[in-house]
Design a protein around this ligand. Structure first.
Ligand SMILES: Nc1ncnc2c1ncn2[C@@H]1O[C@H](COP(=O)(O)OP(=O)(O)OP(=O)(O)O)[C@@H](O)[C@H]1O
Ligand SMILES: CC(C)(CO)[C@@H](O)C(=O)[O-]
Ligand code: BAL
Length: 399
C-alpha cells in the first residue's frame, strides 16, 4: 500500500490517514567533482548516455524526451485536452525501489506519469560528486519498463507515459550554471529554510533544487508532483516554493522506502562498500531511539537527543566485536523540528502537532583499506528522518 502525506496540512492529513489512535507511524511507501563556472564549462559532459529520441524507433513503452521541449509540451497538452492528468516524479536517475514507490504513488492518482532523470549540476557543491554520481540509464529503463507492466488497473490508475532526460544546456539555456554561492545565474531561493540543516552542509544545494524543480514544473506543468520523505527538508522546501510562487500543482510526499535493516534507500548507498554498509543503519537506529522517547511520552528535545546519541555511542562500542572497528562515522546533526517549516523545536514537542526528527551522519573512509574499492573511498553523507506523528489523546502522555 502507498501512503502519502501532504505538507500543506500535515496534521490534518496525518490524522485522517492514520486514524485517531495512531501515535507514530513509519510512513510506508511516502555528489561531486567541481563543475566549472567559467570558460572550461562543458554543459553536456555529465549528461546521462541516452539513446536518440525518435518515437518511431523507440524501444520503450513510453515516450523519451530529451531536448525538444516543444514536442514535450505538445504531448503534454494533448493529455490535458483528453481530460487526463500528469503526475511528475523528478529524479536524478540511478533508480531504486524508493523511486519506484514514488512512481506507484503517482500512477495511483494520475493517468499519466512523467519521470524526469536529470543530474542537476547546480545542486552539487564545487567539491561534491557531480562527475561520479551514478548514471545507470539502461538499468533505469529496465526498471521503468518492468514497473510499467505491473501498473495496470487496479494496481495503478495510470502508467508511465514519458521520461524527460534533458541535457544541461536545455535546462540552463543562457548562462552556464554556477555552484558557487555568489555565482551568476537565474536562481530560485527559499530562505531561511534553504540555509538550515542540509543547507548548512550544502550551501547551494537547495537553491539548485528549487531552481531545477521550478524549471521542470514550468516545462511539464504537472497536476501533481511526487517527492520522497527521505529528503524531508527538500519536500518541505518544494511545498513552500509551490505555495509562494502560486505554482498550480499539488505536492505529495511519499514515505521512505528502506532496506530490510532499516537503511533508507538512496542512490549514493552504492558508494558505501561492504563494511561501511553494515554500519550505515545506525542513523536510522538513532532516530528510532529518539522516536521511542516520544512514543513513551518524553517530549523534551534534550531527552530525544540524549537517546539518539546514546544509541550511536553504544553501537560505536560494539563495532570491535562485529569486526568492524575500521569503520568510522561522524554525526553531523540531529534535529527536532516542526513539520511545517522545519524550525527547530527549542524545548518540548507539542504532541498535538508532532515533529520531524531528522539527522545526517558522515561515514568516513575506512581506516584500514583492504581493497581497491576501499582505498578509493570518500566520505558518504547519510540522511534520514522520522515523523513524530501527532497524538490525539494528549492525556495519554506522562508529564
Ligand atoms: N528511500 C527512498 N524512499 C522514498 N523516496 C526516495 C527514497 N530515496 C529517494 N527518494 C526520492 O526520490 C526522488 C529522487 O531522488 P534522487 O534521485 O536524488 O535519489 P536518492 O536516492 O535520494 O539519491 P541521493 O543518493 O543522491 O540522495 C526524491 O524525491 C527523493 O526524496
Ligand atoms: C528533486 C531532484 C530530482 C532535483 O534535482 C533531486 O534533488 C532529487 O533527486 O531529490
Ligand atoms: N536526493 C537529493 C539529491 C541530492 O542529494 O543531491
Amino acid at each position: 500500500m502507498v501512503m502519502m502525506f501532504s505538507l500543506v496540512s500535515p496534521l490534518q492529513t496525518l490524522r485522517s490517514r492514520l486514524g485517531a489512535h495512531a501515535r507514530t507511524c513509519q510512513l510506508y511507501p511516502f555528489q561531486r567533482a567541481s563543475i566549472s563556472t567559467s570558460t572550461s564549462y562543458r554543459p553536456d559532459k555529465h549528461r546521462a548516455a541516452t539513446p536518440s529520441n525518435s518515437p518511431d524507433t523507440s524501444p520503450y513503452p513510453f515516450r523519451i524526451f530529451r531536448d525538444d521541449i516543444s514536442s514535450l509540451r505538445k504531448y503534454r497538452g494533448e493529455i490535458t485536452h483528453n481530460g487526463r492528468a500528469v503526475g511528475l516524479v523528478p529524479t536524478m536517475g540511478a533508480l531504486h525501489e524508493g523511486h519506484l514507490a514514488l512512481i506507484r504513488a503517482a500512477a495511483a492518482e494520475n493517468s499519466d506519469v512523467f519521470v524526469s532523470i536529470f543530474v542537476n549540476p547546480t545542486q552539487f557543491g564545487p567539491t561534491e560528486d557531480l562527475a561520479t554520481y551514478p548514471r545507470t540509464w539502461d538499468d533505469d529503463m529496465e526498471k521503468l519498463i518492468a514497473l510499467n507492466n505491473k501498473l495496470t488497473f487496479p494496481n495503478g490508475l495510470g502508467r508511465i507515459s514519458a521520461v524527460f532526460a534533458p541535457g544541461v544546456r536545455t535546462i540552463y539555456p543562457t548562462l552556464p550554471p554556477s555552484s558557487d554561492i555568489d555565482g551568476a545565474g537565474s536562481f530560485v531561493t527559499i530562505t531561511p529554510l534553504a540555509n538550515r540543516l542540509e543547507g548548512a552542509a550544502r550551501p547551494t544545494f537547495f537553491r539548485g533544487v528549487a531552481t531545477v524543480c521550478t524549471k521542470l514544473f514550468n516545462i511539464i506543468q504537472p497536476e501533481r508532483v511526487y517527492f520522497g520523505q527521505k529528503d524531508v527538508q527538500q519536500s518541505v522546501l518544494i511545498n513552500r516554493m509551490v505555495r509562494d510562487f502560486h505554482i498550480p500543482t499539488e505536492v505529495r510526499v511519499v514515505a521512505t522506502t528502506r532496506e530490510e535493516d532499516g537503511l533508507a534507500m538512496s542512490s549514493r548507498n552504492v558508494y558505501l562498500g561492504e563494511r561501511r554498509r553494515q554500519v550505515a543503519p545506525i542513523l536510522h537506529g538513532a532516530l528510532r531511539a529518539a522516536e521511542k522517547e516520544y512514543d513513551e511520552g518524553r517530549l523534551s528535545r534534550t531527552e530525544m537527543f540524549g537517546a539518539a546519541i546514546h544509541f550511536l555511542e553504544t553501537e560505536r562500542l560494539k563495532l570491535t566485536d562485529r569486526g568492524l572497528d575500521a569503520v568510522e562515522f561522524e554525526l553531523d546533526y540531529i534535529s527536532v523540528a516542526d513539520v511545517e517549516e522545519m524550525n527547530e523545536i527549542k524545548d518540548e514537542v507539542d504532541p498535538r502537532r508532532g515533529a520531524i526528527i531528522s539527522g545526517a551522519l558522515k561515514m568516513l573512509p575506512i581506516k584500514d583499506p583492504q581493497t581497491e574499492e576501499e582505498r578509493a573511498q570518500k566520505p558518504v553523507r547519510l540522511i534520514d528522518n522520522i515523523i513524530l506523528t501527532p497524538v490525539i489523546n494528549v492525556d495519554n502522555f506522562q508529564h
